[in-house]
Design a protein around this ligand. Structure first.
Ligand code: SF4
Length: 169
């Protein structure tokens, strides 16, 4: 969804957003109930994920990928890859199984004191910490609307606002 500002090649070479330090575990991908059902047992990818299930206030179930047990050291800088990351090929999931969160990263929809905003995660090595005019334009000309619409039916993707995340829309 961000291919106009983020090339597939730069993402493939980077994979920063598919590996997690302990302090970044709040960012691990969230999956719909249907996708969890598929990926938590034998599936076409040959990789079975472990998920923790949650429910929204409206009773919608979703799953968070569990990576906590994969750390091998006490180093807070240690990163563990997403279960569905292939070191050579990148994400192995097809579009329909890839979390929406992953397709819009480094954008996030966040709740800032009760108001929904679209913000930039300032750590993407390619986009950088400040949204440029191309990214702002992309959000303004349709992508922002798409994110708001998705969040209406999948409110679990809404994250609490964090200081330092520039607001775009
Ligand atoms: S699901 Fe795919 S895109 Fe998302 S973090 Fe895992 S490997 Fe990366």
């Amino acid at each position: 969804m961000l291919s106009k500002v983020l090339s597939k090649n730069s993402c493939a070479a980077c994979k920063f957003c598919c590996s997690f330090r302990r302090k970044s575990l709040w960012e691990t991908p969230l999956f719909s109930y249907e996708t969890v059902d598929k990926l938590s047992r034998e599936n076409e990818y040959g990789v079975v994920g472990e998920f923790r299930m949650f429910q929204t206030a409206q009773g919608q179930s979703f799953g968070r990928l569990v990576l906590e047990g994969n750390y091998r050291t006490d180093d807070p800088e240690e990163e563990v890859p997403c279960t569905f990351l292939d070191p050579q090929k990148g994400c192995i999931l097809k579009g329909e199984d890839k979390p929406f969160d992953c397709s819009i990263w480094p954008l996030r929809i966040m709740d800032r004191n009760g108001e929904l905003v679209i913000a930039l995660t300032p750590t993407c090595p390619t986009i950088g910490a400040t949204p440029d005019k191309n990214l702002a334009e992309l959000v303004k000309t349709g992508l922002g609307e798409k994110i708001y619409e998705y969040a209406k039916t999948h409110p679990y993707i809404i994250k609490e606002y964090r200081e330092g995340f520039p607001i775009i829309g």
